[in-house]
Ligand binder design. Structure first.
Ligand code: HEM
Length: 294
């Protein structure tokens, strides 16, 4: 299931012309069939291993215990008759598929760090200073250490800035307006996060990987114009996971290892997308050999 979702995630992030010009879809028939097959297999897995008999078992009086039960309750007993079981399963699969975004993101961060060893060294110095117990011993990193590690946070956000994509489509579900521009119902709209994150007007040397841009007077500060996860009620559902799991994994890797190139690969990370093929960069993890008391 993980491989299927990874493949789907890679494909939907390619930005084919047919995504915006539906009359081109007939040229993608084989491709679409392949995606449908992968998606059907994911659906089978979800029904078999995650839903099992919970759909039938949940009664109207039950207090939902988790996201799955909230969805089931809404479909079976909710007031919105448009909320179908199919929609609920897509909403669930969107969250389950979040692993693709997180793992791709982490691999991209490591690729940046392989190219910028001085940044890696600064992260390790920050981790070592915060987790030092004395007597040449260190504790593991905790999520609560985040606000004591502005440079590491800055690195994570700098990587998020560099991968921000222009392709986040939305469709207006009613007549509306944005900043004085009239938008009719059913209009396809893109929040161009690539432009927001790479604009020469908003950022100094936007194509350079500079975690320090997020640090003001020793503190991590996110500029107001930086909206990598969108916003409002339809903002990214997984943004906390990206920040927390990203921080937890990156700091633990950096505490234990120095990451070096594995061979003579090109570690240039394409900007403006989170997409990575299943087989991607390889890294060499060299143990740092410091005494960590877990
Ligand atoms: C670096 C990683 C990620 C980035 C840059 C990102 C970015 C975004 C953006 C820009 C949106 C559209 C927000 C809007 O229209 O206002 C979005 C929506 C969404 N994201 Fe993420 N995302 C990331 C990771 C994740 C993860 C890990 C998950 C799931 C665990 C996730 C789940 C979702 C879902 C479900 C939506 C749609 C929300 C809705 O339509 O109500 N994302 N994301």
């Amino acid at each position: 299931m993980v491989e299927n979702l990874d493949e789907i995630f890679y494909e939907i992030n390619q930005g084919y012309a047919a995504d915006f010009l539906p009359f081109l879809l007939p040229f993608h028939t084989n491709h679409l069939e392949k995606m449908n097959k992968l998606a059907r297999e994911v659906r089978k897995f979800v029904l078999e291993y995650i839903i099992e008999d919970r759909y039938e078992a949940l009664i109207a009086e039950d207090e939902p215990q988790d996201y799955v039960e909230c969805l089931i309750k809404e479909v079976r007993y909710g007031e919105d008759s448009d909320f179908s079981w199919n929609t609920a399963l897509f909403a669930l699969e969107d969250v389950i598929g979040g692993h693709c975004a997180i793992t791709n993101f982490l691999v991209k961060v490591l690729a940046y760090l392989v190219k910028e060893p001085q940044i890696q060294k600064k992260i390790q110095e920050e981790i070592d200073a915060v987790t030092y117990l004395g007597d040449k011993k260190w504790r593991g990193v905790a999520i609560s250490d985040r606000n004591k590690m502005p440079f590491t946070e800055g690195t994570i956000f700098e990587a998020i800035r560099m991968i921000a994509s222009a392709i986040v489509p939305r469709v207006s579900n009613q007549d509306s307006s944005v900043n004085g521009y009239r938008i009719k119902k059913d209009t396809l709209i893109f929040l161009d996060n690539y432009d927001l994150s790479m604009s020469e007007e908003l950022w100094d040397e936007p194509h350079k990987f500079k975690p320090d841009r997020f640090i003001v007077n020793g503190h991590f500060v996110k500029p107001n114009h930086f909206l990598p996860f969108g916003g409002g009620r339809r903002g990214c559902m997984g943004y906390k996971m990206v920040q927390l799991v990203g921080f937890g994994m990156l700091t633990n890797i950096m505490q234990h290892f120095t990451v070096l190139p594995a061979n003579f690969e090109d570690y240039t990370v394409p900007v403006g997308s989170l997409a990575l093929p299943f087989d991607t960069y390889s890294f060499n993890f060299v143990k740092r050999g410091i005494d960590i008391v877990i």
